[in-house]
Design a protein around this ligand. Structure first.
Ligand SMILES: Nc1ncnc2c1ncn2[C@@H]1O[C@H](COP(=O)(O)OP(=O)(O)OP(=O)(O)O)[C@@H](O)[C@H]1O
Ligand SMILES: [Mg+2]
Length: 1016
């Protein structure tokens, strides 16, 4: 094989359907629409994001239900034709989930009224027809029809009033009106109707107020000035427009929606940097809570509005992505761009083309990789003008770091015009990363609230001061009066430390393990005075009620005890609903103290007046300097506290010197992680995506990685070039690349890998799973047992959940004996016999060579089977002695993995029998909730409990939410704050737009004349 040998990917058509076919018109929505419904549990796993370990594909169900709606509409239309009626409903109502044309009232009956003083709401509501109000919850209608409200808020003069919806009559073109009177035989297809109505909608003059029109004109003018300025930018230019090159409206929105009136000085400086203005890559590094996000958001807006390019914002956790989607959806609606969520099971590959609208993709690390792959594949990466990576130091974080590196290396290699911006608080080796990203850097020490770091040793408190010889300066003696019994139980004086701040101020106590969080919370409560119970008693009672209803009547015994005192624990053992409730209550001051694991430091923005680190360990590992910095960085709430303080509890001073004073750890490439699997899958991926065609090009590509920059530090035994060659050899062996041929030909066996590599971001690192999956499925073909779901469930139980759970043998045995004879036979066939489990349960040593992965995976399959049967998280958690958080994570990972397996089987002809089975199983796993809640749970951040509340209040569909008045929503739905209501409505509108766009794209595809038609 010569170095310049061409590498060709031969797609064998007999075994694999072409990529084009995969997005065929026959099943486009199924392929492209995001799976949703089941809310992704926020991820607080130690390192990885279990939610995203396998997360990927698009919903089959949500789309098939959508198609079903279309069918129903079609039927209704046919019925109309028969009846010779002349209904003229605006088809946007299709999206409102109300296909019943005949039942709708005339638009004039229910002209929606709207508060004129809520300009945000006003403009949110533009663009929706009032048809959607026809089955709005009565509360909304009562509000809308309330004459007083109407008088107060709604003017009849359309010139003065901004009406939220267009009149259907107005939205109907003359052509359409004529058509309606034409003989009913001239029936149009559903898509024709849709298209006509959408085009009519688009052409309809919107009844916005003159001021709104004027405002719009100002915005347009400002954007065009800014665009011109950007085009003629010179090195000396710093002032590009009224607000860093953006319209003043952006400044107003930042003020209204974020409450930020002015930018910090460093933010202004950073935004005016030459590198920023000339769109060079940039890494900026500031302490925690320095306000880094806002700068990134302004740059994103500039990209979307002025350069009219898409932007990708990469965040490390699902919860952060959801929070950002909720927060930026309002900006999108006001400034006319799409905000698309790529987290958990949400996100389309490739994304829908925005029909002129720019898109902001907000993605987790794994989803961002999948997204970039799909954009490369469709030659659309150039549309992404900006990639922003938050917490850039995660480049050094195991397999997730490798995924960031692969994503950025691909962007750098393929789209030279795409700007990359990274931010971090804890980068030790900025220069390496700068070299990798060909970026400039900006650093500043700014912190809005001063942070004072202390350590506690015995009963003395020392301030951390690197200037001191020993790094510590004596500050005070802790004042406490402990009984001897209390001294024994609370040796670290945590009660004394926390009661100095709570309940009037907030406190976070970081604990090394999950169990310790619960114990410490319980222990503190034991010694708190009764006064604590009286503080915000009513609000705490409400919180308890909500926690109970989130658990369908079950309440965690620890929270039951601690919440009345204003305390709670927070870790991944809580369900995502519980976690969200706890976070909200803490942010609102209802809870004053959280005991938490280290993941809270990275996951969410929950600052505290005082942060206590119970010990310098995370589980059994000594804290890293960057972890320590992240944790203490939570101290000090901007705008509330004058300063924040952290206290690290120590038994021994010496060991921590490096913790408080050493430089930050350096961030190393992880492509060599797990024996170089990263390099292997990166090579496979760049071959599969046709990024590289020869060994020479592979070498060239690899020279653009962080691994190449750090070759001497990371590749200790062999050079990167040797590693690269070895990997290609290995792939040749594995994939039977024809080594004798002058060409490297990747034959079909590798295709599943390839598919997985670029369709499923979570597989991108572990090729061994592909092997396993292939073998498991092949075995399944020989002996699939179908008289119960167990065998299928086993096949889609994610491999890497296995390490997160050890079987309880007694429980295993009990469950095993409850299985039917056929199920037991199936278990034996996969390698787990009853006698093996029985012996384990009896505590005997088993000499037989049994595959532990299979045993544990079957155990998880049993958990999933129980969950599918009962849908009650709590009772299943109880039966299997697992935390409900873990069970929830298992369920959501399995649903996503199931859709991956489905995709895998679709790619390989031999697995065709699995298709129907896995389609149904994906649906069952994804929607292990009541079906009617699914559309509501698609909205970012709406979880089961909130969805139930909304549903019960009459908001039954996405359209109900999108058309709701946030004021009324907040009034009618219990414990829903106005800000949350605003965000829910904005996110629902955004999602509705997204769905309409997808439909439009599908329709455009459908109606496009085949290019080869004329030559026929
Ligand atoms: N100019 C400003 N004025 C007032 N508050 C601001 C300003 N800029 C940002 N903030 C607020 O400061 C808080 C912290 O900002 P942000 O989350 O961006 O910090 P960060 O630098 O990303 O920190 P971390 O490293 O912890 O993620 C946020 O609540 C944000 O709204
Ligand atoms: Mg941040």
């Amino acid at each position: 094989m010569t170095m310049s040998a061409e590498i060709k990917v031969r797609r064998q058509s007999s075994r694999k359907r072409s990529r084009d076919r995969r997005i065929s018109h026959l099943t486009p929505a199924r392929k492209r629409t995001s799976a949703s419904g089941r809310q992704c549990p926020d991820n607080t796993g130690q390192i990885d994001d279990p939610e995203d370990l396998f997360g990927d594909y698009d919903s089959i169900v949500s789309d098939s239900s959508f198609l079903a709606k279309l069918d129903r509409v079609g039927q209704n239309m046919r019925q109309h034709d028969i009846d010779h009626t002349t209904s003229s409903r605006c088809p946007v109502i299709l999206l409102a989930g109300n296909p019943d044309f005949t039942s709708l009232k005339s638009s004039t009956d229910n002209c929606p009224k709207q508060s004129c003083d809520d300009s945000m709401t006003e403009s949110f509501l533009e663009g929706f027809t009032d048809d959607a109000f026809l089955d709005m919850p009565s509360s909304q209608l009562a509000f809308l029809q309330d004459p007083q409200t109407a008088d107060r808020n709604c003017c009849t003069d359309e010139d003065k009033t901004s009406m939220p919806m267009r009149h259907p009559e107005k939205s109907v073109s003359t052509e359409e009106r004529n058509e309606r009177h034409i003989a009913p035989k001239a029936r149009k297809s559903v898509s024709d109707h849709l298209k006509r109505a959408m085009m009519a909608n688009a052409a309809t003059p919107s009844s916005v107020s003159r001021t709104a029109v004027q405002k719009e004109a100002v915005v347009t003018e400002e954007i065009s000035v800014a665009m011109q300025a950007m085009e003629s930018v010179s090195m000396a230019t710093t002032d590009l427009g009224p607000f860093f090159g953006l319209p003043t409206k952006v400044k107003e929105l930042i003020c209204n929606l974020k409450g930020i009136k002015d930018l910090y000085e460093w933010q202004k400086t950073c935004l005016n940097l030459d590198s920023v203005q000339q769109r060079r890559n940039l890494i900026y590094s500031l302490p925690t809570s320095g306000g880094k996000t806002l700068v990134a958001e302004i740059l994103i807006l500039k990209e979307l509005l002025c350069r009219k390019k898409d932007a990708l914002f990469i965040l490390p956790y699902v919860s952060l992505v959801q929070e950002k989607v909720r927060g930026l959806a309002s900006f999108g609606l006001e400034l006319d761009f799409m905000v698309e969520e790529y987290a958990g099971s949400k996100g389309r590959f490739p994304p829908v083309k925005g029909r002129g609208k720019r898109s902001l993709y907000i993605a987790t690390i794994e989803k961002a990789h999948g997204l970039v792959n799909s954009l490369i594949e469709t030659n659309r990466l150039d549309n992404v003008g900006l990639v922003v990576v938050d917490e850039l130091h995660m480049l050094g974080d195991g397999s997730r770091g490798a995924i960031i590196e692969m994503t950025l290396a691909k962007v750098l290699y393929i789209s030279k015009s795409t700007q990359i911006i990274g931010m971090s608080a804890t980068l030790g080796n900025l220069q390496d990363i700068q070299k990798f990203l060909k970026a400039e850097s900006y650093t500043n020490d700014f912190r809005p609230v001063e942070l004072k770091e202390y350590v506690k040793l015995k009963d003395s408190i020392y301030e951390v001061d690197p200037k001191e010889e020993e790094c510590f300066r004596f500050s005070r003696v802790l004042n406490f009066k402990y009984s001897s019994a209390m001294q024994k139980i609370d040796q670290d004086h945590i009660v004394a430390l926390v009661t100095e701040v709570i309940p009037s101020q907030s406190c976070l106590v970081f604990c090394p393990t999950k169990k310790n969080c619960e114990n410490v919370a319980g222990m503190i409560c034991k010694y708190l005075k009764e006064d604590f119970i009286q503080h915000k008693q009513a609000e705490k009672a409400v919180l308890l009620g909500e926690l109970r209803s989130s658990g369908n009547g079950c309440l965690c015994p620890v929270l039951k005890k601690t919440v009345p005192y204003g305390l709670a624990y927070h870790h991944s053992g809580l369900t995502s609903e519980e976690r969200k409730l706890v976070e909200e209550a803490y942010s609102a001051g209802v809870l004053c103290l959280l005991t938490c694991t280290s993941t809270l430091a990275a996951g969410i923005n929950l600052p505290a007046r005082r942060v206590i680190l119970r010990s310098p360990y995370v589980a059994a590992d000594f804290l890293k300097r960057s972890q320590y910095k992240q944790m203490v960085g939570r101290a000090g709430r901007a705008g509330i506290d004058t300063h924040g303080e952290s206290i690290l509890i120590l038994q021994d001073k010496d060991k921590v010197l490096k913790l408080v004073s050493a430089p930050m750890e350096i961030c190393k490439s992880n492509l060599m992680h797990s024996d170089g699997k990263g390099v292997l899958s990166l090579i496979l991926s760049v071959i599969g995506l046709n990024i590289t065609n020869s060994l020479e090009q592979i070498r060239d590509f690899m020279s653009g990685t962080l691994l190449s920059v750090q070759e001497k530090q990371v590749c200790l035994e062999r050079s990167l070039w040797e590693v690269t060659q070895e990997c290609v050899e290995l792939l040749k062996e594995k994939g039977e690349l024809l080594s004798n041929s002058p060409e490297l030909v990747l034959i079909s066996f590798l295709l599943p890998y390839k598919e997985i590599v670029h369709s499923n971001p979570f597989k991108s690192l572990d090729l061994t799973y592909c092997d396993l999956l292939y073998r498991d499925l092949s075995k399944g073909l020989e002996s699939l047992m179908l008289n119960s779901f167990l065998h299928l469930i086993y096949l889609v139980t994610p491999y890497d959940m296995v390490s997160q759970c050890k079987p309880d043998w007694m429980v295993y045995f009990r469950q095993f004996t409850l299985l039917s004879a056929a199920e037991q036979k199936m278990c034996a066939a996969v390698g787990v016999s009853e006698s093996f489990v029985a012996r384990k349960a009896a505590g005997q040593n088993v000499k037989k060579n049994v595959d532990q992965v299979v045993v544990s995976r079957l155990y998880l399959a049993l958990v999933l089977q129980s969950l599918l049967k009962e849908t009650d998280l709590w009772s299943v958690a109880d039966r299997f002695q697992l935390s409900r958080g873990l069970i929830q994570t298992l369920l959501s990972s399995s649903s996503v993995f199931c859709s991956c397996v489905l995709h895998f089987t679709e790619e390989l002809e031999e697995f065709w029998p699995f298709k129907a089975l896995l389609t149904e199983l994906t649906r069952r796993l994804t929607y292990c909730v009541q079906a009617e809640l699914i559309p509501l749970m698609e909205v970012a951040g709406v979880m089961e409990r909130r969805a139930k509340q909304l549903y019960n209040a009459g908001y039954k569909t996405l359209a109900h939410l999108a058309n709701a008045d946030p004021n009324v929503l907040a009034k009618t739905v219990e414990n829903l704050f106005k800000k949350q209501a605003n965000q829910i409505v904005a996110s629902a509108k955004m999602l509705l737009n997204e769905k309409a766009d997808a439909l439009q794209e599908e329709m455009d595809d459908l109606l496009m004349m085949p290019l080869d038609l004329l030559s026929l």
